[in-house]
Design a protein around this ligand. Structure first.
Ligand code: T1G
Length: 664
């Protein structure tokens, strides 16, 4: 922390690298400094600002694993001192202010930020609510409706929106500190304190007075997911904002503190905090010598199918021009439609200007001649999932691409080393496994081959961030991390169905657990034919072929795309309809395999068996080093396979869920 005086104004600079977290330890530094400013008659006003390129990333999330001992100073004590001060406080905010950082600013009399600053309350993403007065001060400042939206979503808003909502008093092009000093020169010491807590909360809904609060609150609760399935913090947040309307400030604050304490001890919050830190560990590869990432200024993609085109859109969104090689004019037309459609949709949703959409669309070039890839810094192959086809592509790329170009495969299961072996540059070959739809799904498996160099890995990890992906490093083995585990998960689901449990019941149990969709609906969405093809390629060691998949494939029941798979679908509908034909197929296959029908299981036991299947393979992947950390596996399943983040991922869940629910 730095503190200096400028003409009677004490400038206190938050300086707790890397993100100026307002930890218990840092509160013990800040509180005496605030007390000193308060006691110094020469100080007529105080400016709070931040070092390290931001204002503050909020409270220190590490602090939540332990209870602050009696007398421990916390962010709440810092904020109380600022608000109760007799002096004028101005928050001078640059770049980022999140969670407790915004709550600190809310305790000040004035808030000034530079244009482009991001402000937000991400606590909900940690299974928490703003627990340093935010749920009581923000509604008083900007109205209950806007405050609730901001805190329920947990997304950042920029300074312009924050000014429009009344969260900020001023937005300046640059130099927030200078603007704060100028404001103080204009207003202090004559200006009265502007304590937000002294205000009362307006509902902030046109034409609706506070009388409507019970109705609005009830509506808000109705729109939230159930408490036991991801909605725990959100419901508490609504209760806290209701308190900001119903109760005076001190009692509202006490209600907030009680609700926060309940959340910080909760399993969903512990799980979400695990996901937060697991995500930040991803780029750290134990044992890999430090290496410099190479800049990627141009990309090539081979294959303009759904994946190839989605990958090209990722590059366009990151401002990197991409050349897509596709021999079929018809396929190029389809791909151009997809690109155009995707960007037009962004414009319609107001997420992009027409001009920006045009620019990004134009940055993707479709060609048929591989020679167009000669100068690309990275080339990603996204052709049909056949090793022979991929080897042909890699051998060709190796002769055409510049010597230091990186060659990557978007394969979801196949052997990267086998592809590298047909090139003269195995050190620059790796897997970059995108998930469908590639321009939407955040997960990226970065598959390290035996010969892949540290420099290539560093470049790929940096590229993942540039493409705004969550990049997880995987060793080179069949199915890498995600798909490898998925096979055993799918297998266990089929086993349950062969034992007589209806697919729709299994899917319902997994959805109620929080999965985005159940295993059988997933089969039908991704296509049983795709599953069948991958099964043909998988090593026998991984259990035999799945009889029912074979059977459904031979009966051309491919899923949604053919109108029937595990479920059947009405024409033009994606609504799964249980199909007695499938039940009969399961019964026949079970009888052939001598699988006893009539197993009686609870929904919890269905969840247990399926999560167990994931965890058993997860442990094997950790033992063999294919996965670096159990946290990495959790991130793969949360970002790539719809595993509920409030359960922390399969490995975390197995370790932390009540023992009666798991026995991995
Ligand atoms: N607490 C502890 N560590 C944090 C942290 C935090 N709030 N924020 C970041 N870190 C660590 C992170 O783990 C990493 O560590 C390093 O800082 C750089 O982070 C009472 C309850 C601020 C936008 O949720 O969103 O306030 O890996 O890689 O990309 O109401 O970090 O280097 O060892 O992400 O530049 C609410 C979380 C807290 C914000 C910077 N705040 N942080 O992004 O760096 S709860 C948040 C972020 C709260 C109050 C409540 C981002 C960032 P390491 P990074 P970045």
């Amino acid at each position: 922390m730095r503190s200096e005086d400028r003409a009677g104004v004490r400038v206190i600079t938050l300086d707790n690298p890397p993100v100026n977290a307002l930890s218990f330890a840092y509160a013990a530094v800040l509180c005496p400094a605030l007390d000193a400013a308060e006691a110094d008659p020469a100080v007529r006003a105080v400016v709070l600002t931040g070092a390290n390129g931001l204002f503050s990333g909020g409270a220190d999330i590490n602090d939540f694993t332990s209870d602050p001992g009696p007398g421990t100073l916390t962010i709440r004590d810092v904020i109380a001192r600022v608000e109760q001060s007799a002096k004028t406080y101005v928050a001078a905010i640059e770049k980022t202010a999140l969670g407790g950082g915004v709550e600190l600013a809310l305790a000040c009399d004035y808030r000034i930020a530079t244009a482009g600053t991001k402000l937000g309350f991400p606590e909900i993403k940690l299974g928490l609510l703003p627990g340093a007065g935010g749920t009581q001060r923000l509604p008083r400042l900007i109205g209950a409706q806007d405050a609730l939206q901001l805190m329920l979503k947990g997304d950042n808003i920029d300074a312009g929106d924050a000014l429009a909502k009344g969260l900020l008093d001023e937005v300046v092009p640059a130099d927030a500190l200078g603007a704060a000093l100028a404001l103080i020169a204009r207003v202090a010491p004559s200006a009265p304190k502007r304590r937000v807590s002294a205000r009362s909360t307006e509902l902030g809904i046109k034409g609706l007075g506070l009388f409507a609060t019970p109705f609005v609150v009830a509506q808000a609760h109705k729109m939230l997911p159930p408490e036991d399935n991801g909605g725990f913090a959100a419901h508490k947040l609504v209760d806290a904002v209701e308190a900001s309307i119903e109760l005076d400030f001190p009692r509202g604050l006490a209600r907030e503190f009680r609700l926060f304490d309940e959340l910080v001890r909760s399993a969903p919050s512990a799980a979400l905090r695990h996901v937060f830190f697991a995500e930040r560990e991803l780029g750290k590869i134990p044992g890999m010598p430090p290496a410099q990432a190479k800049p990627i200024a141009s990309a090539g993609i081979v294959g303009a199918g759904t994946m190839g085109t989605g990958i090209a859109i990722c590059f366009a969104n990151a401002g990197i021009p991409a050349v897509v090689i596709e021999p079929s004019d018809e396929q190029i037309e389809r791909a151009k439609q997809m690109v155009f459609g995707m960007f037009a949709h962004q414009v319609q949703r107001g997420r992009m200007t027409q001009e920006e959409a045009w620019k990004r669309g134009q940055s993707i070039r479709f060609e048929s001649d591989y020679a167009e890839l000669a100068q690309a810094d990275v080339v990603i192959e996204a052709v049909f999932e056949s090793m022979d086809v991929k080897k042909t592509v890699f051998a060709k790329l190796d002769t055409i691409c510049k010597p230091d170009a990186i060659l990557a495969s978007n394969t979801s299961t196949l052997d990267i080393d086998a592809m590298a072996a047909v090139t003269t540059r195995p050190a620059q070959v790796l897997g970059l496994h995108f998930f469908a739809p590639a321009n939407i799904m955040k997960l990226l498996e970065i598959v390290r081959g035996n010969a892949t160099s540290p420099e290539t890995m560093a470049t790929a990890i940096a590229l993942g961030k540039t493409l705004r992906k969550v990049g997880v490093v995987s060793g080179n083995a069949f199915g890498f991390i995600g798909n490898r585990m998925l096979f055993d998960y799918a297998r266990e689901a089929i086993q349950l169905a062969e034992e007589g449990i209806a697919p729709e019941r299994i899917d319902r149990a997994m959805k109620n657990f929080g999965m985005a969709m159940g295993p059988f609906a997933m089969f039908d969405l991704s296509g049983l034919d795709v599953f069948w093809h991958i099964e043909q390629g998988r090593p026998d060691a991984m259990h035999g072929r799945t009889r029912i998949i074979d059977r459904l494939y031979r009966e051309k029941r491919f899923g949604q795309k053919s109108g029937a798979g595990i479920y059947r679908y009405e024409k033009g509908s994606r609504e799964p309809i249980p199909d007695p034909v499938t039940l009969e197929l399961f019964r026949e296959e079970a009888a052939k395999a001598g699988v006893a029908q009539g197993t009686v299981v609870t929904d919890d036991e269905i969840v247990k068996r399926l999560v167990d299947a994931l965890v058993a393979v997860g442990n094997e992947l950790l033992r063999t080093g294919i996965a670096l950390r159990s946290g990495d596996i959790d991130i793969v399943y949360v970002y790539g396979y719809g595993f509920p983040p409030h359960r922390g991922g399969p490995m975390w869940y197995a370790e932390h869920a009540p023992k009666e629910l798991v026995h991995a």
